[in-house]
Design a protein around this ligand. Sequence first.
Ligand code: PEP
Ligand code: MG
Length: 755
Amino acid sequence: MAGAPAGPRLLLRRIREVMAEPVNAQTRLDKIVIQIASNMVAEVCSVYVLRDDGRLELFATEGLNRTAVHLTTMRAGEGLVGLIAERAEPLALSEAQSHPAFSYKPETGEEIYHSFVGVPILRGGNTLGVLVVQNRAQRTYLDEEVEDLQTTAMLLAEMIASGELQSIAPAGAVISLRKARSIKATPIADGVGLGHVVLHEPRVVVKQLVAEDSKKESARLDQAVAGLRASMDKLIDGDDHTGAGEHRDVLETLRLIVNDPGWSRRMREAVMTGLTAEAAVERVQNDTRARLQRSRDQYMRERLHDLDDLANRLLHELTGQPFVTANEKLPENAIIVARTMGAAALLDYDRRKLRGVVLEEGGASSHVAIVARALGLPVVGDVRNITNLVEDGDSIIVDGGVGEVHVRPPADLESAYGEKARLRARRMEQYRGLRDTPAVTRDGVAIDLHMNAGLLVDLPHVEETGAVSIGLFRTELLFMVASQFPRLGEQVKLYKSVLDSVPGKPVTFRTLDIGGDKILPYMRHYEEENPALGWRAVRIGLDRPALLRYQLRAMLMAGGGRDLRIMFPMVAESVEFDRVKDMALLELAHLERHGHERPRDLQLGVMVEVPSLLWQMDEILARVDFLSVGSNDLMQYIFAADRDNKRVSDRFDPLSPPALRALKLIADKANAAGKPVTLCGEIGGRPLEAMALIALGYRGLSMSPSSVGPVKAMVLGLDVGEARAHIAPMLENRDGARSLRTELQAYAEAKGVPL
Ligand code: PEP
Ligand code: MG
């Protein structure tokens, strides 16, 4: 059948005509398979559609027994059709029956056909079905024929995706791509959000698949590729380029692909099969997506994002549609779905309309996650392929507590979640009711509940939660969302606005904690083998004193005439504190010489994050005004388990004897020395852990805003004297105990301590 007589363009036109006919779906599909078979001079053409239960069902055939339609089914992976669906790749064989995967379905009568070619019906990288052509004679199918079949499959994909075929599916079988889906995800920020999908990078929806004039389409494609090339050059080499580091690397990779002749050739070939330039871009990208998604190679999977990005840019170039940010038409109850996004981009959305964030990539410590948490939004990450599974406006539920996304949920699930969200809102209301109640235990011990913050959007939460102060202000977040290193004046303004926004309440500023995974896009970044153990936080400040002194100067200027507290992250030796304190005092003297008002009271402290400090407690306590335990880092270093590596970060429990003994040692030493100590890691915000910490001697805990209410409720129900008497002995003689969690939970339950 070399050189199909009618050619693919004619076939596409015929199919389009059939698509427009006012007939029912089965008749339409039956007509389409006849057209394809005749166009390809084949005896058989069949369409298998993937059902919700994972089986492929024969929906239409020309050539096989008609009685098998809607009866013959196979699993993905079963037989040649199943193999194509599973691999999402075409398969052409001159002798199908000798292929090891061949599985005989007697009801179809296919034993008389020898050669076989099948292609997956793809949309958005998802397999929706399989299109098969068979010939009685043994023959070799040409690459162009396979290509043509793939193009035809694209039209079928549209038909399946439209939901039209559902009406002819047997009772109980659900086939639509737009079915309800529940997808496991990594929980990043707690909470439940119900709403509608807003794609952070809106896709161009290709409506016209079949071209009138292929030459014209080919020219349009060439022009668009050239336009894209020029704009990439401008982005990378142009004067206005401010991005550096990672951003630049990504652009360089994109430019390499744009200049790769193979990339544009594949699209041009697709245009020659009769598609419009836009449809050709989508077709090629569909194949690429299906292929790369299955790749075990992480690098290859990451390239897929680059290719997706390029295809999207090219579609914008072709249609002349500008990259409108979804922001401009943000609906109420918006759930942002993004492959990845920067922290600043999230802040651009109207916060009042946001209900949640779903990220295809991005873990709990990604910058956007930190910002989303600050905005009080539920967030999940690691949701593979989500940007292709949803469309703008789809209903969606984000469960940031369990780590789940429900796309187009059925009504009962939606109402169950609605109830869950209402319950949560009611609980939040109860916590808000505690706002003005002092956090004092049942036996009269006052516990200071502070709040962690890092962005200006966090600040109203101090008032809302009734936190006594900002116990940790992570200054690097302001630097991370800036496009360039903030100048002195800007920094002064930022710190002043932080102080101004919480009048009468202290703020503990932490100096820049960059390095490791916290990268400033405008600062030179050094690749390190072990970033968590590398050049980060105060180490950078010690080696580049100008940077730290600049920041200290800004803080001291902002704190003129007021109380000011500054602490230093990642101090490993007491003498490091001497050096940074000297810098602060030098800056203070400098400012005084220039007539600036000095802070009314300046307190300098150290974060206990590096285990070496545990054996220098006396030396460090003799020097500092206060300590703050950064338990996130302290635990990662004590247990040698990277906090951002999911494989190891859960291997240990902070409620295990070694962890609790270390935390007790710090509290005992600080209390004995009469120096205030707080804890500002994540565990301070979890009621059970907070209960243990209070029993160990901590009287100040700093936590994210949403934790203040639950921890206060726990404090109000706790008897510290009793808890201490019960818990302290748990730490003795605990050979082999990996965690005291269950025992602590049992204690809280027995005593009615709300967790
Ligand atoms: C910590 O390490 O516990 C801490 C509070 O600092 P960060 O989480 O910002 O490293
Ligand atoms: Mg830390």
